[in-house]
Design a binder for this molecule. Sequence first.
Ligand code: NAD
Length: 250
Amino acid sequence: MGRFDGRVALITGAASGIGHATATRMATDGAIVVGFDRDADGLAAVADEIATLGGVMTSAVGDVAKREDCITAVTTAAADHGRLDVLVNVAGVVWAEHVSDTTEEGWNRMLGVNVSGSFWCAQAALPLLIENQGNIVNVASNAGLIGQAYTVAYSTAKGAVVNMTRALAMEYAKEPVRINAVAPGSVDSPMSRNFTMPNDLDWTLVQRYIGFRDMAEPSEVANVIAFIASDEASRMHGAIVSVDGGLTAG
Ligand SMILES: NC(=O)c1ccc[n+]([C@@H]2O[C@H](COP(=O)([O-])OP(=O)(O)OC[C@H]3O[C@@H](n4cnc5c(N)ncnc54)[C@H](O)[C@@H]3O)[C@@H](O)[C@H]2O)c1
């Protein structure tokens, strides 16, 4: 018996990194997973991998920053599989830049994917999740808990994800649904491997958020997400769980 047997989980960003690891973790724990990502080829590869492990993942290709795509992904997941129990909002983007280099387009995209994407999926999913006493796990970041130099737009977006999680938890305090978030530190994923910093920066400002430990494996974050999404975490609601090797502890 798996802890998600009979449950359906919609996971955004499932084509890569933490989303991929979460899809694999939850599918091997019995969930029927619907991966929602803009990367169709990546989703197909993850679905094949999960099938070889004996699990099921279907795909929804779209852009989380577009409300219509989120509504389509949620309604299709529920229509195809008969229910929706868990939403994990993992899809995100990051880049570093000086404040003076931030464009209107870049600012809007950063908030559109990281913040609006999580909100539109939550808005569409909540009525279905409430039917099944389900839950939402948002993926924030250490950057949402502390201010980070050279990633001001990202830090702003992830701070918004943290407080969106709390505000949703309060508005739905009397409904049978749980809403929580994880805040990972550095994770060894395509996102962090492709991350570059501007050349002309003050490294003493960056050192404050590097921490003392190695990067986490995506599976280490996925394990915490899966725990929060499971019945074992039945009392957790409105929590922001750091998974950062102590980076934000002091
Ligand atoms: N990697 C880290 O060090 C780290 C640290 C803290 C928080 N996070 C957060 O964890 C989440 C996952 O990060 P990751 O490291 O797995 O990154 P990743 O780049 O490996 O994966 C992100 C996935 O999101 C998808 N995506 C991006 N924009 C999208 C959009 N508009 N619509 C649909 N899908 C979209 C990508 O196609 C990709 O599959 C992100 O929210 C990120 O901010 C990552």
